[in-house]
Write a protein that binds this ligand. Structure first.
Ligand SMILES: NC(=O)c1ccc[n+]([C@@H]2O[C@H](COP(=O)([O-])OP(=O)(O)OC[C@H]3O[C@@H](n4cnc5c(N)ncnc54)[C@H](OP(=O)(O)O)[C@@H]3O)[C@@H](O)[C@H]2O)c1
Length: 221
């Protein structure tokens, strides 16, 4: 039985992950904004939520994020950019998961392999970007990938068996994609969770710091 911490266990993917981990017998602790007032864009809230936790977690999984924020919609052109919207995207999709890692690092077990994973998105890959647009979301996820990569290097010093990765879950039918996927093939959250558990089960320490998709294939930066 593994000890799992899921941040954002109320989202489409986060909730399905919680179910999938529990179904295989793991012990899951879930923390969310809507149930626990845990806001990853507020450092005091993250510290308050994580400091009291004890334990040797095998996996800390950050399943939070959004494509739109109060002042953002995915931009189609430069004329739609705004500093306010870009700041919100960066705070939520890049800085938030990094602050979670800051306060959950000591919760990761050191005596065995442990995983810190955060949901990124393939559209955050610069090398894979052939369509443009969605500036803020793409840039925030690219920043998240960089933060994960940097943190993986530091984590190795205290947690030699750690695996710190960014994961693309595939296109998944959730509230996040509701208005945007339409004709694009999408999987259910339950299917996405099964894929992600399979990827987590195959990762090795040598793969720490990298970006993988739902099939376990490395995504270019
Ligand atoms: N769905 C897809 O096709 C897809 C594709 C690529 C990447 N992703 C990534 O996967 C992640 C999860 O997506 P999803 O489809 O599961 O979205 P979702 O169903 O909309 O769930 C979003 C989750 O993020 C949490 N959240 C949002 N803002 C927060 C904040 N400020 N503080 C704490 N929690 C916050 C929500 O918490 P509450 O509900 O408790 O407020 C909820 O648990 C996102 O990072 C997204 O970019 C999704």
């Amino acid at each position: 039985m593994k000890q799992i911490l899921i941040i954002g266990n109320t989202g489409g993917i986060g909730k399905a992950l919680e179910t999938a981990f529990k179904d295989r017998g793991d012990d899951v602790t879930g923390i969310s904004r809507s149930k626990d007032g845990f806001d990853i864009t507020d450092e005091a809230s993250v510290e308050r939520g994580l400091k009291p936790l004890e334990g040797n977690f095998d996996i800390v999984f950050v399943a939070t994020g959004a494509l739109t924020t109060p002042d953002t919609r995915p931009e189609k052109s430069l004329s739609q950019l705004s500093l306010k919207a870009m700041s919100q995207q960066f705070l939520l999709n890049a800085a938030g998961p990094a602050i979670v890692l800051k306060y959950s690092k000591t919760l990761l077990r050191k005596d065995a392999p442990s995983i810190f994973a955060a949901l990124s998105a393939r559209v955050g890959s610069i090398g894979d970007n052939r369509l443009g647009g969605w500036y803020s979301y793409r840039a925030a996820k690219a920043a998240l990938n960089q933060l994960i990569h940097s943190a993986s290097i530091e984590l190795k010093r205290t947690h030699p068996q750690s695996i710190c990765v960014a994961l693309h879950p595939g296109t998944v039918k959730t509230d996040l994609t509701d208005k945007y996927v339409s004709s694009h093939p999408a999987v259910t959250p339950d299917q996405a969770a099964i894929h992600l558990l399979s990827v987590l089960g195959q990762l090795t320490c040598e793969q720490s710091g990298l970006f993988f998709d739902w099939a376990g294939k490395q995504v270019e930066w």
